[in-house]
Design a protein around this ligand. Structure first.
Ligand code: SF4
Length: 343
């Protein structure tokens, strides 16, 4: 299934294992402090972790249009530029009253009476007790093989790098028209109103080129800082690497919303849920705690086969047999995780 864009030598890719995400937002903070602190970037999260099911960030991005019509990369789908409020707002909390002045008021925003914010869905979850559920979905730009943001720009300011397929905005060419914001169905291009330019995740290209800390090649900051180490970073076309095996051989790593037709290069191991259970705690075989139809909405039909494959390999390990797949999913060895510079 791997699809490398014409004119691109190799394609960087990422696999994120959703079974490991604890929603700690360390990746978000790592990205924010490295790339988007201040200067018109305050509201931007090139990396965000949202709660699913939920509205995400920006709110309702999944219904914002963009991408391609589903007739084999024909016409682009019209899209929206999300209004500012859909990215959340500034909430001032009574931290100092509580921490330093002995107030016994609850901790809550003081300047607004919010009705929504990123991760708002966190406490609510979905499903009916005792089978309620939620999970976390970390998101960056997908550095798509067929990026609708690139096509949308009338000035060719967005482009895919020949050497590794990273999608960048040429800041000299950009005039801030925001067709790219409209065109990306994942809403992962942001408008910097201070600079009047568009900006986006750069897949930490200086780090993967060896300009990271200690002048060595480093993975993206979001991957390296992640406490449960759920992100694999490497090249999609590195046939000895785990990304190729998970995507192409085992077919357990899937793109998000494949129906947008941009052919993402960020892949997800879908969340593996226990069976549902009754109020007296008995497992109900054949009923998944996370409904398959919801996972199909996110990852398409192939999610069923992917989860069945993971299940088969789990059973194999519990019988004491070997499984390269389970070893790859469990391995925390950075040499496996960050196969950069292999070409
Ligand atoms: Fe462009 Fe959006 Fe794809 Fe990133 S996710 S390459 S911004 S279309």
């Amino acid at each position: 299934h791997i699809d490398i864009a014409d004119g691109v030598d190799h394609q960087v890719a990422m696999v994120m294992d959703l079974n490991k995400c604890i929603g700690c937002q360390t990746c978000t903070v790592a990205c924010k402090t490295l790339w988007t602190e201040g200067g018109g970037r305050d509201y931007m999260y090139w990396n965000n972790v949202e709660t699913k099911p939920g509205e995400g960030y920006p709110k309702g991005w999944e219904d914002s249009g963009g991408g391609w019509q589903s007739d084999e990369h024909g016409e682009r789908q019209p899209g929206e530029i999300p209004a500012k409020e859909r990215y959340g707002g500034d909430w001032e909390f009574n931290h100092s009253d509580i921490m330093y002045d002995g107030s016994d008021e609850p901790l809550r925003p003081q300047n607004v009476d919010p009705e929504w914010g990123p991760n708002w869905d966190e406490d609510q979850g979905a499903g009916e007790y005792p089978n309620s559920y939620y999970f976390y979905l970390p998101r960056i730009c997908n550095h798509c093989t067929h990026p609708s943001c690139v096509e949308a720009c009338p000035r060719q300011a967005l482009y895919k790098r020949e050497e590794d397929g990273i999608v960048l905005v040429d800041q000299e060419r950009c005039r801030g028209y925001r067709y790219c914001v409209e065109g990306c169905p994942y809403k992962k291009v942001y408008y910097n109103a201070a600079k009047k330019k568009s900006e986006k995740c750069i897949f930490c290209y200086p780090r993967i080129e060896g300009e990271g800390p200690d002048d060595e090649i480093h993975a993206t900051a979001c991957a390296e800082e992640c406490p449960p180490q759920l992100r694999l970073v490497g090249y999609l076309d590195d046939e000895d690497g785990p990304i190729y095996k998970l995507v192409e051989e085992y077919e357990v790593a899937l793109p998000l919303h494949p129906e947008f037709e941009t052919v993402p290069n960020v892949y997800y191991i879908p969340p593996y849920a226990p069976p549902g259970h009754s109020e007296d705690g008995e497992s109900i075989e054949g009923v998944d705690r996370i409904p398959r139809d919801y996972l199909e909405e996110l990852f398409g039909d192939r999610v069923n086969e992917a989860l069945d494959t993971i299940e088969r390999h789990r059973e194999r390990v519990s019988r004491g047999e070997d499984s390269e797949l389970m070893e790859m999913l469990q391995d925390k060895n950075p040499a496996q995780q960050y196969r950069l510079g292999v070409f």
